[in-house]
Structure formats: structure tokens, C-alpha cells
Design a protein around this ligand. Structure first.
Ligand code: ZN
Length: 265
């Protein structure tokens, strides 16, 4: 392209790699992705100009989802791919050309460390954090395809119980756009639980501008897919994380049986 391809170093020897994986040899048809798993910041970026209390809020990561994702992966024997760095560094569920990719404001917080970034600083975040994560998801889907393994993409997130002063009633939501197979099965199963307020494309719907993982890895590759959003106050401790991982694990095992019975995978 141009000399912007020569990105300045962002991750140093003291920084961990961006991609977290678990159960990579699992035989489950489900491939779990977790775009907002971690809240690490490369050391060279300091605290992005934010106090610690802001860096622990939902603006930095999806609170509680890491514990759910790891345990769900174990429950299913499903390959999990997750991003360890904060969405405030670069949001791995946004196309890099979208303004909220490296947000200047999240909810009502200004992220001063993202203000006035030079082109090479933006490029470094993309090439060293965003790209390795999405490249890895692509590679995993390729290798599963070559091995004859079905792949059903499940993208897990969590949402804040109150956003901009508005409380959200849902315990869990399914998020989808073009897949008409998996989301209805998941919605039905969640409603059958009997004790849940279930969001149907709430609190968010999937869109090409507001999402990346599902449109690019799910829809463009023709995979069955869904997003799952869990309300953060339900998974704010280890007991909650385990309870939701167990519940989703049980539900997804039942859905896998349905998909196999109907020869959809
Ligand atoms: Zn998220």
C-alpha cells in the first residue's frame, strides 16, 4: 500500500500475544469467538489516559464473558478464539475503517489516549492486535473445512445492565442478521428455559457497520452463526459465570443434536 505498512512496534517483549485459544483440538461443531474477552493494554500505551475504575468498566471489555467463554469451551469441547486486548485499544468487532474501531468516546467517557493518533499508530493497532486475531479465526475455519469438520460460529459477548441511564430488561439476547437456521433454534431453547427474559436481536442487532466477526467469518463464509449477549450483572462472579456456561453448554448440546438429526451439519 504505502509506507504505513511498516507499523511501529506496539507489543513489546513484556506484552502477551493478542490471541487466546482453548480446546483447539476439540471436535465440537461449535467455534466460539470472544472479541471482547480481555482488557489488556500494550505497555507502551500506558493507561490510555483513563483511571483504573474506567478500565474495569464495560467500556474496556465484556465483563464476565471470559469466564463464561472458557467454561463453555470446556463444556462443549469447542475451540475458543479470544482477544486479550481491550476494545479501547482497537475494537475487534468493528471494521477498521469505522470510527468506533479505535473509539475516542465510549458511552460518556473520552479516551484521551486515542485522540489525534498518527496513521502509523492506527496501523500498528490493526496489524498487531486486530489482524492476528481475525487471521487466526480465518485459519481455523479453513483447517476445519479441509478436515471435513462442520463449523457453527457462536460469538459470545456481554452487555451492561444500564446504558446511558436506560435499564435493559433482558437476561440474554441472540444477535443475528442473515442466518435463519441457528438463531430461531437458540431463541426457542432460551424461551423454553421459562425463567429468562430473552432478547430477539436485543440489546443489539448484527449489522455490517456495527459488527465484524459475524458478517466476515460467519455470513461471508456461509456458516451457521449467532451472537449471544449475556447481561453483565448475571456473570459478575464465578458462580454466575459457571451457571451461565453450564446452561448454554446444555442448550448448545441439544441444538447440536437437532442440527445433526436434521442433517444440517
Ligand atoms: Zn462484546
Amino acid at each position: 500500500m504505502n509506507n504505513l505498512d511498516i507499523a511501529s512496534p506496539l507489543l513489546g517483549t513484556a506484552d502477551v500475544p493478542p490471541v487466546h485459544e482453548r480446546n483447539a483440538t476439540g471436535r465440537s461443531p461449535f467455534l466460539i469467538t470472544c472479541d471482547h474477552y480481555g482488557r489488556l493494554i500494550p505497555r507502551i500505551l500506558g493507561d490510555l489516559g483513563l483511571p483504573e475504575r474506567e478500565l474495569r468498566r464495560h467500556i474496556a471489555w465484556d465483563i464476565g464473558i471470559a469466564g463464561v467463554a472458557d467454561q463453555l469451551s470446556d463444556h462443549l469441547g469447542a475451540h475458543l478464539v479470544a482477544q486479550r486486548y481491550s476494545r479501547l485499544v482497537i475494537d475487534c468487532n468493528r471494521a477498521p475503517h469505522i470510527a468506533s474501531s479505535i473509539p475516542l468516546i465510549s458511552e460518556a467517557t473520552t479516551i484521551s489516549g486515542n485522540d489525534g493518533l498518527a496513521g502509523d499508530a492506527i496501523e500498528a493497532r490493526r496489524t498487531q492486535i486486530f489482524d492476528p486475531y481475525h487471521r487466526r479465526i480465518g485459519e481455523i475455519i479453513d483447517s476445519r473445512l479441509h478436515a471435513g469438520l462442520p463449523t457453527v460460529l457462536v460469538s459470545v459477548h456481554s452487555f451492561t445492565p444500564v446504558y446511558a441511564g436506560i435499564p435493559r430488561p433482558w437476561h440474554i439476547g441472540t444477535l443475528y442478521h442473515r442466518d435463519t437456521t441457528l438463531p430461531p433454534l437458540l431463541l426457542k431453547a432460551l424461551r423454553n428455559e421459562g425463567d429468562l427474559v430473552v432478547g430477539d436481536n436485543e440489546p443489539y442487532a448484527v449489522g455490517d457497520d456495527t459488527d465484524y466477526t459475524i458478517p466476515v467469518h460467519g455470513e461471508k463464509r456461509g456458516l451457521m452463526n449467532t451472537g449471544i449477549e449475556i447481561r453483565q450483572d448475571l456473570i459478575s462472579d464465578q458462580a454466575g459465570e459457571k451457571a451461565w456456561a453450564d446452561r448454554l453448554g446444555r442448550i448448545l448440546v441439544e441444538i447440536e443434536a437437532t442440527l445433526r438429526a436434521e442433517k444440517l451439519i
